[in-house]
Design a protein around this ligand. Structure first.
Ligand SMILES: NC(=O)c1ccc[n+]([C@@H]2O[C@H](COP(=O)([O-])OP(=O)(O)OC[C@H]3O[C@@H](n4cnc5c(N)ncnc54)[C@H](O)[C@@H]3O)[C@@H](O)[C@H]2O)c1
Length: 291
């Protein structure tokens, strides 16, 4: 996809963080944007912000964990803009799980999977049939993470497991689309930016969960970012913040190049290599980002 003029991007989890940055970047390139989020106040604020910057954007309240909600997002996009070109399945959460893996509540897993895994599956089920029928030049971008997507941070099993699933889902989707001769693009995004640093988004702060996914233990809704900064600084590794626009640029460059692996060169290469080496040597799992 070279020319973004009047192309339409739908972005889930667009009420903040990386999703909002992707919307801003797509609008900057001349495209039209639909931001969707489960949190109405964030969604309204993000839409206002992009509109103030001149974007042709509208917002749709959407819960990606529910197929009918994502189908309604698709229909609202077609009603408003008449087309869909790019679908970014990007919504994400910190699960808020407590303790070790075997101490996690089943709802910790169900909640993380409902957003990260079923969110992507619902995005695929709602949008791919439409694209196959109406726009074979469309593109699906699924947000994974180096945590799980390349190798797990073992302290965060729900997150890492879900993000591994996002990579596998994307690879299968790519294979099946090519098998039927479709041109629809598929990518998996590994947010990092070009410069090394923290991505200051809402993902560091676990939120209260929706009905049906409650936790027996109270969710600690304080930000985990400071903990991470302290840990890094104690290890003599001062922390910087990476502009979220850099992540959005990885996505825009990847769309231009029709690139499946949307990951910045020079980032995570040691990690990918370490995991491949461990598997090939039948060694115990031990990666540069263990905890
Ligand atoms: N921030 C990072 O360091 C980082 C690194 C790698 C991957 N990611 C991934 O990037 C994506 C975006 O996260 P972010 O860092 O911008 O965090 P964020 O919290 O700022 O944005 C995520 C958005 O998703 C929304 N959301 C949550 N549940 C939803 C649901 N059921 N339906 C619709 N929207 C929902 C939230 O309200 C929020 O606005 C996530 O998939 C995350 O896992 C983030």
């Amino acid at each position: 996809m070279n020319d973004f003029t009047d192309r339409v991007a739908v972005i889930t989890g667009g009420g903040g963080g990386i999703g909002k940055a992707m919307g801003a970047a797509f609008a900057r390139e001349g495209g039209k944007v639909v931001l969707s989020d489960v949190h109405q106040p964030s969604l309204d604020a993000a839409v206002d912000e992009l509109r103030a910057g001149g974007a042709d954007v509208f917002g749709v309240l959407t819960d990606v964990s529910r197929l009918e909600s994502v189908e309604a997002l698709r229909d609202a996009t077609v009603d408003h803009f008449g087309r869909i070109d790019v679908v970014c399945n990007n919504a994400g959460v910190a699960s808020g799980a407590h303790g070790r893996l075997w101490e996690h509540e089943i709802n910790d897993w169900r909640y993380a999977m409902s957003v990260h895994v079923y969110g992507v599956i619902n995005g695929i089920n709602a949008f791919v049939p439409w694209l196959l029928e109406h726009n074979d030049d469309g593109h699906i971008v699924n947000t994974s993470s180096h945590n799980g997507g390349f190798a797990p941070v073992y302290a965060a099993p729900t997150y890492a497991t879900c993000k591994a699933a996002v990579v596998t889902l994307s690879e299968c989707l790519f294979g099946q689309l090519r098998e039927i001769g479709s041109n629809i693009g598929v990518s998996v995004l590994f947010p990092s930016g070009r410069t090394e640093g923290i991505l200051n988004t809402g993902i560091w702060t676990p939120r209260e969960r929706p009905p049906g996914y409650e936790s027996e233990a109270p969710i600690d809704t304080t930000s985990k970012m400071q903990m991470w900064i302290d840990m890094k600084e104690q290890a003599g590794d001062p922390v910087q913040f990476t502009p979220l626009s850099e992540v959005a640029d990885t996505m825009i460059d990847g769309l231009r190049a029709n690139r499946f692996w949307m990951v910045e060169e020079g980032r995570f290469e040691d990690l990918v290599q370490a995991r491949a080496d461990v598997i090939l040597r039948r060694a115990d799992p031990q990666y540069p980002i263990g905890a």
